[in-house]
Ligand binder design. Structure first.
Ligand code: UT7
Length: 325
């Protein structure tokens, strides 16, 4: 049956210039390159410069996505920025980016689902497009996690990095089958009972401070593998697809071991998995759009390819998205 689909028409990303290697970190906390590589697959991460804000990163990725799409900012109906590290408590970082893009119409707002933020943003954008409320939507994932890390805590500070990625979605017509190009489905979940496993110990209404990230890594790892597997199964079932139909897995980049476990479960060869965690570390909501932009720009992801995305983050939040490029 004929339906509206949200097609990806452009993607872009931005990484801050400064690189922090594992060796650099070993000079700050009691850690070493071998531990970080073996447990996470991370070798380095990018860190925003002094004064460089989440909106600066997001803006640059947005400009690149718009240029790739051949669109101007005034053609956008909506900007969604997924971030857990906004420039300010309010207004939304999305409105700052809106102003700096020179967009004076439509709407812009932030989405807070931590590492699942981009999948949440994509889902909301798709709903706006399919309901006819918007035709052209910019979805950004932008983070400066370096600002909320406790740089004396080796169990967390080695895991994260800064960056931004963005995609432009446009309304297109489809036949309502899994062969359509665009977002085929998204599935979002959360369970607030797991607050203590991954949270920031500050905020405007609790401590009036920004706070630092706290994580029980092993607990998060255990849940991530199970929850994301469920979300992937639901995505495939909903569309009548099997793991063999997946061309590319573009997962949230938290830990190479989690990603390998996910790929193995799907019987997906590693060369069908887009991996950036080695160079970017965990950039939270920015990790999927950063990986998408890398693989689309270098020609790996091509027209008609089936792309599976999955993520899991603080809350817990988790989810999946199936998109035909
Ligand atoms: O994006 C949101 C979702 N987040 C995630 O998905 C993260 C999920 N969790 C993980 O990726 C892993 O659990 C970590 C990478 C965080 C930790 O790996 P692990 O294999 O679960 O290690 P562990 O936490 O069980 O720690 C093992 C040991 C501990 O020492 P003891 O108690 O065994 O003596 C830690 O103190 O490793 C120690 N350790 C470190 N050693 C050197 C912890 N951090 C470090 C470090 N350098 N940076």
């Amino acid at each position: 049956m004929a339906c509206t689909r949200s097609r990806v028409v452009g993607q872009g990303s931005y990484l801050p210039e400064k690189i922090l290697t594992n060796a650099d970190l070993a000079r700050i906390v009691d850690t070493d390159d071998a531990w970080i590589r073996q447990r996470t697959g991370i070798t380095q991460r990018h860190i925003a410069a002094e004064g460089e804000k989440t909106s600066d990163l997001g803006l640059e990725s947005a400009r690149r996505a718009l240029a790739a799409a051949g669109l101007k900012a005034e053609e956008l109906d909506l900007i969604i920025c997924a971030t857990a590290t906004p420039d300010e408590t309010f207004p939304a970082t999305a409105t700052t980016i809106q102003a700096r893009l020179g967009m004076t119409r439509g709407a812009a707002f932030d989405v807070q689902a931590v590492c699942s933020g981009f999948v949440y943003g994509l889902s909301i954008a798709d709903s706006f497009i399919r309901s006819g409320q918007a035709r052209t939507v910019l979805v950004i994932g932008a983070e400066t996690f370096s600002r909320i890390l406790d740089w004396t805590d080796r169990t967390t500070c080695v895991l994260f990095g800064d960056g931004a990625g963005a995609v432009v979605l446009r309304a297109d017509s489809g036949r309502g089958t899994a062969d359509d190009r665009g977002v085929l489905s998204t599935h979002l979940y959360s369970d607030g009972n797991h607050h203590d496993a991954l949270y920031v110990d500050g905020g405007p209404s609790s401590t009036r401070t920004v706070g630092h990230l706290r994580m029980q890594g092993r607990e998060v790892f255990r849940h991530a593998v199970v929850r994301m597997a469920e979300a992937i199964d639901t995505a495939l079932e909903t569309n009548g697809l099997t793991p063999g139909d997946i061309d590319w897995m573009v997962p949230h980049q938290a830990n190479a071991r989690i990603i390998e476990a996910m790929a193995k479960r799907l019987n997906l060869p590693q060369d069908r998995v887009v991996l950036t965690v080695d160079r970017h570390a965990n950039t939270s909501a920015a990790s999927i759009p950063l990986a998408l932009a890398e693989a689309a720009d270098d020609g790996r992801i091509g027209d008609g390819d089936l792309v599976l995305m999955e993520a899991m983050g603080g809350g817990f939040t988790w989810g999946s998205a199936l998109v035909r490029w």
